[in-house]
Design a protein around this ligand. Structure first.
Ligand code: ACO
Length: 382
């Protein structure tokens, strides 16, 4: 019998076409709808990039103004969603809080739509749902951090763009421009990344003709894991463990002897460096200067150079974004929810693309359990 060609973890398997983004590990580049992500990060507000991901083109001034109007109108958390968030234990992980909130938002929105046969919705409905989730997720993430700190919620501000308003709702004060800019860049860089684990989860769920919210809830579950989105949080735990740059060597000796994975390094697709890292590292550098924290830069650079020298494994986006979010003032457990707020744009773009030319995603497996056998009068010993 010939051995089946099993692609563990679907590594190297091309599952479908996508027109949303192109990851090219050979040239270390990432394009959203054809545009290099570093150009988008340097020039665009996140709202415009969300529009691009959903619609295929950057918005003109009127289209951007219209999106901003709709986004601003849906920023506030509905009261019953907030009451439900309050039921989530304060010591639960905020990803569970975000997942729960999105699930309830979906149930409210789809209430009365009847049969599951109608669950997947039209392209217009799904675009509207995508914009509403994009609009409300910052308030959910900000509310979560404030709730855990025992602080009252801060209402959204209509006069602030997405990134500035996100920071306003989290910290209750207007952020400096350099901070807003670094944060906006991080959102753009996290927005989309082809068939990563959470996006693929969303596409699998969508392929059954389930609804957009179910697909996003599933994607949040996939993103929570430390091999995926959870790594940005894990980077900060590592930084806390190491303490200062001069402790990197001994810490790394021990971590590698224990065969630990160093979070924020390595990538399934990029083997010679993540295309998003230089842009996020530049944003981190501006924050290091703004907050006058050369110690963070020293720890970052030392761990990177020592780990790359020993293992030849390069940082991924989570490596610079973790310390950047820490400097801005986000609690460590809020980092992965920030990733949700950004990646919901990519997820929903993929959900709509999947529906536009759907095929049920259902791979095969090779059975390696016991050979066929029979009950032969077996009775459990009760
Ligand atoms: N630290 C230590 N060793 C590593 C790391 C790491 N961060 N990443 C890979 N390796 C080693 C593995 O131990 C393995 O070694 P071996 O062949 O001796 O067993 C080899 O490199 C290959 O690693 P795999 O995990 O098999 O490679 P894969 O392509 O499946 O892994 C992954 C990609 C899961 C991202 C991995 O690099 C990892 O676990 N990194 C840490 C978690 C992380 O940072 N995730 C964020 C991903 S990017 C994002 O979501 C924005």
């Amino acid at each position: 019998m010939t051995e089946p060609d099993i692609k563990k973890g679907l590594a190297g398997v091309v599952v479908d076409y996508t027109a949303i983004s192109k990851v090219n590990p050979e040239t270390n580049s990432l394009l959203y709808r054809g545009y290099p992500v570093q150009e988008l990060a340097a020039t665009q507000p996140f709202e415009a990039v969300a529009y691009l991901l959903w619609n295929g083109e950057l918005p003109d001034a009127e289209q951007l103004a219209q999106l901003r109007l709709t986004e601003r109108a849906h920023r506030a958390i509905p009261d019953d969603v907030r009451t439900t968030i309050d039921l989530v234990p304060l010591d639960a992980h905020p990803m569970d809080e975000v997942r729960t909130a999105v699930s309830l938002i979906g149930a409210r929105d789809l209430a009365g739509t009847g049969s599951v046969l109608d669950a997947s919705g039209s392209a217009e409905q799904n675009l509207e749902r995508s914009i509403r989730l994009f609009a409300v997720l910052p308030a959910i993430v900000a509310y979560g951090q404030r709730r855990r700190r025992g602080l009252p919620p801060v209402a959204p501000r209509d006069d602030l763009d997405y990134a500035a308003n996100f920071l306003w709702m989290t910290f209750g004060e207007e952020a400096d421009e350099v901070v807003v800019d670094a944060f906006n860049r991080s959102m753009i860089l996290y927005g989309e990344h082809s068939f990563n684990a959470s996006t693929f989860t969303a596409r699998v769920i969508t392929s059954t003709l389930s609804d957009l919210y179910s697909a996003v809830v599933g994607a949040i579950g996939a993103l929570k894991g430390p091999l995926h989105g959870g790594a940005n949080e894990a980077v900060l735990h590592i930084f806390d463990e190491i303490g200062t740059a001069d402790n990197v060597g001994p810490w790394l000796d021990q971590a590698l002897a224990e065969k630990r994975k160093i979070m924020g390094f390595g990538h399934r697709v990029y083997k010679r460096g993540d295309s998003r890292v230089p842009t996020m590292k530049a944003a981190l550098d501006t924050l290091v200067e703004h907050y006058d924290r050369p110690d963070v830069a020293a720890l970052y650079d030392t761990l990177e150079s020592e780990f790359v020298a020993r293992k030849g494994i390069y940082p991924n986006l989570d490596y610079p974004s973790g310390p950047a979010y820490n400097l801005i003032g986000f609690d460590t457990e809020t980092f992965t929810p920030l990733f949700v707020a950004a990646r919901v744009t990519g997820w929903t773009a993929h959900i709509m693309e999947q529906l536009a030319s759907n095929a049920l995603i259902r791979p095969l497996s090779e059975y390696n359990g016991p050979d066929e056998r029979h009950i032969d009068g077996y009775v459990a010993d009760t």
